[in-house]
Design a protein around this ligand. Structure first.
Ligand code: HEC
Ligand SMILES: [Cu+2]
Length: 328
């Protein structure tokens, strides 16, 4: 890499950090992410201090006076620097780490305000909001949570190992087939926090992202309660789209609450129109992109598990999109 290029790269780093606030461990928006950042900074400063000490010792050993060189070569220097120092430093660090984690350990026993089950699928996120009465509300890809409340995520995987990571809110936790890992997160402010599957899971792994939308508690409750009464399509196009959806076999893989579509292979579409993105946060959602995904999904998200449907005319695609976008 040329010097000019390197300079350009280094100069653009602050700008890059600025635009990634929505997905950055350096911009914590919850207590868990804050603790991780604190620990990271303590480790960084400590590592820099130790590196400086080692460099000074190296310079003294190479170019220092005979007295310094003898001191550094003595058995005492090895015992102190090579044995006592690491044992003391690592013990202090371990104690500090455990002290820092005391909140997490305490949280594991108190009931969370809300439980959400997240299952990693190749290459999207299956969601279920667990209700106090034991029922489950299915969703996909976009997670809504009440701001300021502790949410427990029960993390599973359906096929291969995935990893759940929303850096602004907390640490990363793997999703392993056959076991449930639990993660608590609290968003301190309203906002949108982006995450990414953090374990390579094949094919379009890089296009397996998600968003957590933290909203005021009452608005969240209203949104969740509205799941019980799915909207009926009102426009002519949306009604035609609904009939086409059910005629075309989409319901074999997708579910829409309150309709005959009960498939569980692909994402639940009951409230697709209310999401900001399609296909695991890889495509901005609007009527146009829904149609494009149905027709050209394999070029937009290469390798994804939904077959392309090339059978529809432009008008039919518009009807399907109008219907799906009306589901909120
Ligand atoms: C063989 C199963 C299958 C069939 C049949 C199928 N889909 Fe899909 N669909 C999927 C899968 C799997 C995904 C997830 C793709 C991804 O993001 O990786 C998906 C994703 C989608 C999405 C984006 C959902 C989201 O949460 O972002 C839309 C919209 C969609 N399908 C519409 C349709 C329509 C309309 C039909 C019928 C014409 C249809 N699908 C038929 C499996 C299927
Ligand atoms: Cu993945």
């Amino acid at each position: 890499m040329s010097v000019a290029r390197l300079t350009l790269l280094v100069a653009s780093l602050p700008a890059l950090a600025g635009c990634s606030e929505i997905q950055s461990a350096l911009a914590p928006r919850g207590p868990d992410a804050e603790r991780i950042l604190t620990l990271g900074l303590v480790l960084l400063v400590g590592a820099i201090a130790i590196l400086l000490i080692v460099l000074v010792a190296l310079v003294l050993a190479l170019y220092g006076s005979d007295r310094w060189r003898r001191r550094l070569a003595s058995a005492n220097a090895v015992k102190l620097g090579g044995l006592a120092f690491p044992i003391v430093t690592l013990t202090i660090l371990l104690g500090y780490g455990i002290w820092l984690m005391r909140e997490e350990l305490a949280a594991a026993v108190r009931p969370p305000a809300l439980r959400i089950e997240v299952t990693g699928e190749q290459w999207w996120w299956r969601l279920a909001y667990l209700q106090p009465d034991g029922s489950r509300i299915a969703e996909a890809n976009e997670i809504r949570i009440p701001v300021g409340q502790e949410v427990e995520f029960a993390l599973n995987a359906a096929d291969v190992i995935h990893s759940f990571w929303v850096p602004s809110l907390g640490g990363k936790l793997d999703m392993v087939p056959g076991r449930t890992n639990r993660l608590r997160l609290t968003a301190q402010r309203e906002g949108i926090y982006r995450g990414q599957c953090a374990e390579y899971c094949g094919g379009p792994h890089a296009l397996m992202a998600l968003e957590i939308v933290a909203m005021p508690a009452e608005a969240f409750e209203r949104w969740l309660a509205a799941a019980a009464s799915p909207p009926e399509p009102v426009t002519e196009a949306a009604r035609a789209g609904r009939d086409l959806f059910h005629r075309s076999g989409c319901g074999a893989c997708h579910a829409i609450r309150g309709t005959e579509a009960r498939g569980a292979v692909g994402p639940d579409l009951s409230r697709l129109g209310g999401r900001r993105f399609l296909a695991a946060a890889s495509l901005r959602l609007d009527e146009d992109s829904i149609g494009r995904f149905i027709h050209d999904g394999q070029s937009l998200k290469p390798g994804n598990q939904m077959p392309e449907f090339r059978i529809f005319s432009a008008t039919e695609l518009r009807m399907l999109s109008a219907y799906l976008a009306s589901l909120k």
